[in-house]
Unconditional design. Structure first.
Lengths: 298, 354
């Protein structure tokens, strides 16, 4: 064990304290609520522990922990459907974001060196305005008498307005738009790092431009694509605002279900259980990717 | 030369916005030659090589390989392969797949690819590392993989951009011999770009010395070294002493008149009275201890042991300082007075300003 000075030890433990205070402690709180019984009260659940009771009662309380909520969660198809539908919409959105972002990122990475900071700036410029306002703005574009339908009808490409607003399609469009920068930046970083001499070497050895893309550029940007996909997929699964604003009544997403459990049904234990399960579901792909990455490096 | 040259570059010029990288450059390279493009950085040697490889297009001029005009062909349609200064090995492929890359693009059959890669791994002595990832290789091993990959598709001409630049000194000297040996065995034309004059002298059959986008001199290493065409070549290739003076032609013959005395020149094309510059290599001057009358005499200021030779700095009575290389056992010490003997045809004389 290396010996560290006290000052150094404080610096080294700081990140762990941060994780404890801002991530693990709230998580523990949610887990605790998910294991309690709902009651008509404020807050609307029966507290598990209270410091006033003293440790003697804690064991008794521990035995009274309820897995009831989790059982209900599995029994009611609404929750499973919400999870599956969220995963499906998030997966489609991630794939589309990747397809839209890749040519963008490639163009940015191949732009003249002095233009690149400007392009990166433009890519993150949308963050300067409110996320909520940008999502609302899509209503104006997508609704029946919105800009897109107007334009298409004026061009006589369609006779009747396309029903996009208040459907899952609108949700996917909204998610692709909102999460594009999160895909763009890791992809750009991966592509920009590639030594241009690699492409020259491939061309010199007889590779056509298409060969160079498929055999050199694409495989070497795979890590950027995976990183970007996770940064889009994970928040997209739990997304609440976009399905709530752009989705229809039939658009089922877990974030929305969670919200209505918390605020409409005031069933905090159920809402917490949904949140815990969502987290568990999202940790899984992260672990798989991390394993793949470690193998790739080993 | 009876047959057509392997490579012909004809009056090539290339500008990058305000900078002229190549200014009306022509070279011919024959089959089986080991040719070096030598010059300081920014002299256009790399641009000339990239022009031959097809990464740059000339503004004017033509490139022919085996008589075929390839001036407008992209790199993947030219019978040349290049070994890059950074090696540019594909980090996601192992040693075998890196070397096989060019063969597969040319549609070689599986078994042929496998045989050819094995053959090349043998040549560069890396057979046991065929499944290694690039990041697991040392600098010297990467250098050999890069060489094998460039040689694999049997190019008519191999281009090497500073191939030894990233290696340490000892490895570089070993690799020079390997490279020369491989070239001699394969009889492929090699063109090497280097800023290192020792490397060019040691490796090449012929050298083109470049400066500011132009070729200053083309010749065999010994010609470049012993008979440099001008002051730049003399100063760039090897250590030298430059002396200013003028030419004097008398009934006794031609002399180079330096401030400290006259040096006889047997062959001299310059006129009587012309201002001239004499380039004298350190080994063109011999030191002796007996100070005869009328001899050139100086004081040893410093003597640096260099291994196989000792390099002495001698200050002449008129203040001129000369670098002299002498045998390591000669034992000249600082503040010793010595006689300098300069051979009657040693060094090279240029007209002032050449």
């Amino acid at each position: 064990m290396p010996r560290f000075s006290p000052g150094r030890r404080i610096v080294l433990t700081a990140p762990y304290l941060w994780i404890l205070a801002f991530f693990l402690a709230p998580m523990a709180l949610i887990l605790k609520i998910s294991l309690s019984h709902p009651v008509e009260a404020r807050p609307p659940y029966e507290p598990l522990f209270s410091l006033a009771e003293g440790p003697a009662l804690w064991l008794e309380k521990l035995q009274a922990l309820s897995l009831e909520t989790y059982r209900a969660l599995i029994d009611d198809p609404l929750y499973l459907d919400s999870y599956l539908s969220s995963l499906w919409l998030a997966a489609i959105s991630t794939l589309l974001t990747l397809l839209v972002a890749y040519p963008f990122a490639l163009a940015m990475a191949r732009a003249p060196r002095h233009l690149r900071p400007l392009l990166v700036g433009l890519a993150i410029a949308p963050f300067w305005t409110s996320f909520l306002i940008r999502v609302y703005a899509w209503i104006m574009l997508l609704k029946d008498e919105g800009l897109i339908n107007h334009a298409l009808m004026a061009l006589h490409l369609i006779d009747a307005p396309l029903e996009i607003y208040a459907t899952s399609t609108a949700v996917v469009i909204g998610m692709v738009y909102s999460y594009l920068p999160f895909m763009l930046l890791p992809l750009y970083a991966a592509l920009e790092r590639q030594d241009p001499a690699l492409r020259e070497a491939a061309a010199d050895l007889g590779a056509s431009p298409a060969d160079i893309f498929w055999r050199i550029t694409l495989p070497l940007s795979a890590r950027g694509a995976v990183a970007g996909s996770l940064m889009v997929f994970i928040p997209a699964v739990g997304e609440f605002v976009i399905p709530d604003v752009l989705g229809g009544p039939q658009t089922l997403m877990i974030g929305r279900t969670l919200w209505s459990e918390f605020f409409t049904n005031r069933d905090w234990p159920m809402a917490s259980a949904v949140a815990i399960l969502l987290l568990a579901l999202l940790i899984l792909p992260l672990v798989v990717v991390e394993r793949l990455r470690a193998e790739g490096e080993g | 030369m009876s047959a057509r040259p392997l490579l012909e570059v004809e009056n090539a010029s290339k500008r990058f916005s305000a900078v002229t990288a190549l200014d009306d450059v022509s070279i011919d390279i024959a089959e089986g030659e080991f040719f070096a493009l030598l010059g300081p950085s920014g002299c256009g040697k790399t641009t000339l090589m990239r022009l031959v490889a097809g990464f740059e297009r000339a503004d004017r001029g033509r490139v022919r390989i085996n008589g075929v005009d390839v001036s407008n062909e992209p790199p993947h349609r030219r019978p040349t392969n290049m070994m890059f200064q950074s090696y540019a090995l594909f980090p996601h492929l192992d040693v075998f797949d890196n070397i096989a890359f060019g063969l597969r693009r040319q549609g070689w059959k599986r078994q042929e690819v496998s045989n050819r890669v094995a053959e090349l791994l043998e040549i560069v002595q890396l057979s046991e590392l065929r499944k290694r990832r690039i990041e697991q290789l040392s600098g010297g091993q990467r250098q050999r993989v890069a060489l094998a990959r460039a040689l694999a598709p049997k190019p008519a001409l191999l281009l090497l951009d500073e191939p030894l630049g990233a290696l340490d000194r000892k490895l570089r000297e070993e690799t020079q011999f390997q490279l020369k040996d491989i070239q001699r065995r394969l009889k492929t034309g090699f063109v090497i770009v280097t800023h290192d004059q020792d490397e060019a002298l040691a490796l090449a059959n012929r050298i083109a010395v470049m400066r500011a986008g132009r070729i200053e001199q083309i010749g065999a290493p010994i010609e470049i070294y012993e008979r440099p065409a001008n002051r730049f070549v003399a100063g760039f290739v090897g250590a030298t002493n430059f002396l200013s003076g003028r030419i004097e032609r008398t009934s006794e013959g031609a002399f180079f008149v330096a401030p400290f005395g006259r040096i006889r020149r047997e062959a001299c094309a310059l006129e009587n009275g012309a201002k001239a510059l004499l380039s004298l290599r350190p080994e063109h001057i011999a030191l002796a201890r007996d100070l005869a009358d009328g001899a050139i005499v100086g004081l040893v200021e410093d003597a640096a042991f260099r291994g196989e030779t000792t390099q002495a700095r001698v200050k002449l009575d008129d203040g001129t300082r000369l670098l002299v290389s002498c045998a390591k056992h000669a034992g000249f010490a600082p503040s010793e007075r010595v006689r300098l003997d300069i051979g009657s045809n040693a060094g090279a004389v240029f007209a002032e300003g050449a």
